[in-house]
Design a protein. Structure first.
Length: 331
């Protein structure tokens, strides 16, 4: 069972190192990118949790480049790093780095995505199938189990994209068989998603819902619906219900203004918190087993044999968009 960690306050800011007691072991954290609100939020949480937990953390940013990731991690470990926290964007290409770290007895915690192979101490993710299921259940109910929904999919070379598609699709088939799902391979690309949605709306008069696999398609989706004259009032029979996925402040703003119906918030704050938590636990030699944790999550063993702490996600609608406990309201 996982040990608990006290709730920590989150606020903005980024640093390359954190202050810690002189005997704290160094933890190497590589930021995967800084071009989205979600990852910028994660970046802001890392130094705050590091300070609260009295950890010595050294950070870098690989900007989605696996070669830069390897160089960043290798440099940090050569400078005394005892554990590594990464969020690999290419889950296949990261395998050699994982084996390199295993050969040096350096534990690795993987955030947001699970590597395709290799060795990792713990994977910390949201339950991405559940993200898709939550979106499905909300849309299915709002659409009355009828009509068509456009799914703007994430990249299917990504475990997150595959899991969200699977969770959404299986839920629709089992619970709302009369809803027709129009799958669009948007590949996390905003321009592509906007074009695909415009075409789908024009060709299918029964579209009553849109599910985007992340907020990458947010602005374009709203623009397309406005151009198509779709009303924002959910009680209007021509309203198209829209669900996004991330939990960034812009989504909350759009929900409050009525241009977005819901989003599923994945925990940027908890990625930072439990990424550091498991890195520290690895350095201390602690071990974990599948089962319920005391921080409202479940540790499972995935298909590749990794232990994965599946953190909870929250469906955000107009009913709870102002909840101060949502990380998107704390930035």
């Amino acid at each position: 069972m996982a040990l608990s960690a006290a709730p920590l306050a989150a606020c903005g800011g980024e640093s390359t190192t954190s202050s810690a007691s002189s005997d704290a072991a160094k933890i190497c954290v590589d930021f995967p990118r800084s071009d989205t609100d979600f990852w910028n939020a994660f970046i802001s949480y890392v130094p705050q949790y590091a300070d609260e937990m009295d950890l010595d953390v050294s950070t870098s940013n690989s900007a989605g480049d696996v070669q830069k990731l390897v160089a960043n991690v290798t440099a940090c470990v050569n400078q005394g790093g005892k554990a590594v926290v990464i969020a690999p964007q290419d889950t296949a290409a990261v395998a050699p780095l994982l084996e390199q770290m295993a050969a040096k007895d350096i534990p690795v915690v993987s955030l947001d995505t699970a590597p395709d192979s290799g060795t990792a101490y713990m994977v910390v993710r949201a339950d991405n199938k559940a993200l898709g299921e939550q979106a499905c259940e909300y849309l299915g109910e709002q659409m009355g189990g009828k009509g068509a929904v456009v799914e703007l999919m994430g990249g299917q070379d990504s475990v997150n994209g595959r899991d969200r598609r699977e969770g959404f699709g299986e839920c629709m088939k089992s619970k709302y068989p009369d809803i027709r799902v129009i799958e669009e391979p948007s590949e996390w690309e905003a321009d592509k998603a906007q074009s695909q949605l415009q075409t789908a709306i024009g060709a299918n008069q029964d579209v009553r819902g849109v599910y985007m696999a992340s907020s990458f398609a947010l602005a374009g989706t709203i623009q397309v619906l406005k151009a198509a004259g779709k009303p924002t009032d959910p009680s209007d029979p021509d309203h198209v219900f829209v669900v996004s996925n991330d939990g960034i402040p812009q989504e909350y703003k759009d929900i409050s203004e009525g241009t977005l119906d819901a989003t599923v918030s994945q925990p940027a704050d908890l990625y930072a918190k439990y990424g550091l938590y498991y890195a520290e636990a690895a350095i201390k030699g602690e071990t974990f087993e599948p089962g319920e944790t005391d921080h409202d999550s479940t540790i499972v063993e995935d298909d590749n044999g990794f232990l994965e702490d599946q953190l909870p996600s929250v469906l955000v609608t107009k009913d709870n968009v102002d909840d101060p406990d949502l990380w998107g309201n704390t930035l």
